[in-house]
Design a protein around this ligand. Structure first.
Ligand SMILES: NC(=O)c1ccc[n+]([C@@H]2O[C@H](COP(=O)([O-])OP(=O)(O)OC[C@H]3O[C@@H](n4cnc5c(N)ncnc54)[C@H](O)[C@@H]3O)[C@@H](O)[C@H]2O)c1
Length: 245
């Protein structure tokens, strides 16, 4: 049995407690959060809490930590945990820059500890259907164009997602899921990328974007996230060389 501590007990951290509860071989043995109300919420659920991150790292009973804090804090928390000999599961977006991720991976290698990212939307049933269409040419022949959208009209959610310094904005939110799904079903290198970010709501971060990607195979893709779409387009629109079977 592996002992896991959740760092950040907000929306996603508290959800992880339920998910881990259904998995075998892992027990959530504690929670650490900087906000007193979230510490109280964890204690109400009967979860032990820590008073500092250092206390989590110093606890030899802890095998792994799960990072579910705002995006800008992932790098430092992950590096410290790996250096302290803990395995790490980190929420997406793993880091704000690829250089930060490379720094984490170097530490994980030296420490001989596992570092993984929670890209949970690789298991979404709608995505798996589209991936089969693309990879197995099963339904519409040779797929040559993929459109993937998440749209809504509720604006940017929460508090820190409005702030650039905390890694806010929709590219780093839903955008990361949609781009990850696209790359996970396409084995060709990317030839070109362009994007238009939208700032309709007046935030300092993007409230949505449209990105156009061309792969060296010739396949093209359009990825779109919107938070001011009162009428939504379909989640997927995929074009192939044959009529649907
Ligand atoms: N995989 C998914 O589908 C998914 C869904 C939602 C959020 N997320 C990711 O999860 C992370 C958290 O998002 P959220 O929606 O739960 O945010 P949230 O604001 O609801 O929760 C964040 C929590 O982290 C705490 N916190 C902040 N700094 C901390 C620190 N240094 N140490 C310990 N605790 C700290 C806050 O007090 C808060 O309770 C983000 O990276 C987000 O992108 C992923």
């Amino acid at each position: 049995m592996k002992n896991l501590v959740i760092v950040g007990f907000g929306g996603m951290g508290s959800y992880h407690v339920e998910l881990v509860g259904a998995a075998s071989g892992i027990t959530v043995t504690g929670v650490y959060d900087v906000a007193p109300d979230r510490v109280a919420a964890a204690e109400q659920k009967g979860l032990p809490t820590y008073t500092s991150f250092e206390a989590v790292l110093a606890d030899e009973e802890v095998d792994a930590i799960l990072i579910a804090t705002p995006n800008d804090s992932h790098k430092d928390l992950a590096m410290q945990a790996l250096e302290a000999g803990k395995h790490v599961v980190c929420e997406k977006p793993v880091t704000i820059t690829s250089a930060d991720l490379e720094a984490i991976l170097a530490v994980a290698k030296t420490a001989n500890r596992t570092f993984m990212v929670h890209q949970n939307r690789r298991w979404d049933s709608d995505f798996l259907i589209v991936r089969d269409m693309v990879q197995k040419e099963a339904q519409i022949g040779n797929v040559f164009h993929i459109e993937s959208r998440v749209q809504g009209a509720n604006g940017i959610p929460g508090d820190w997602r409005h702030l650039k310094a905390q890694g806010g904005g929709m590219v780093l939110d839903w955008g990361v899921h949609l781009l990850d799904q696209l790359l996970f079903m396409t084995d060709s290198p990317i030839k070109s990328v362009s994007a238009n970010l939208s700032f309709i709501l007046g935030d300092e971060v993007d409230d949505g974007f449209t990105s156009f990607i061309t792969f060296e195979s010739g396949v093209t893709a359009l990825i779109e996230v919107g938070t001011t779409n009162y009428v939504k387009l379909p989640r997927w629109y995929v074009k192939g060389t044959e009529a649907p079977r």
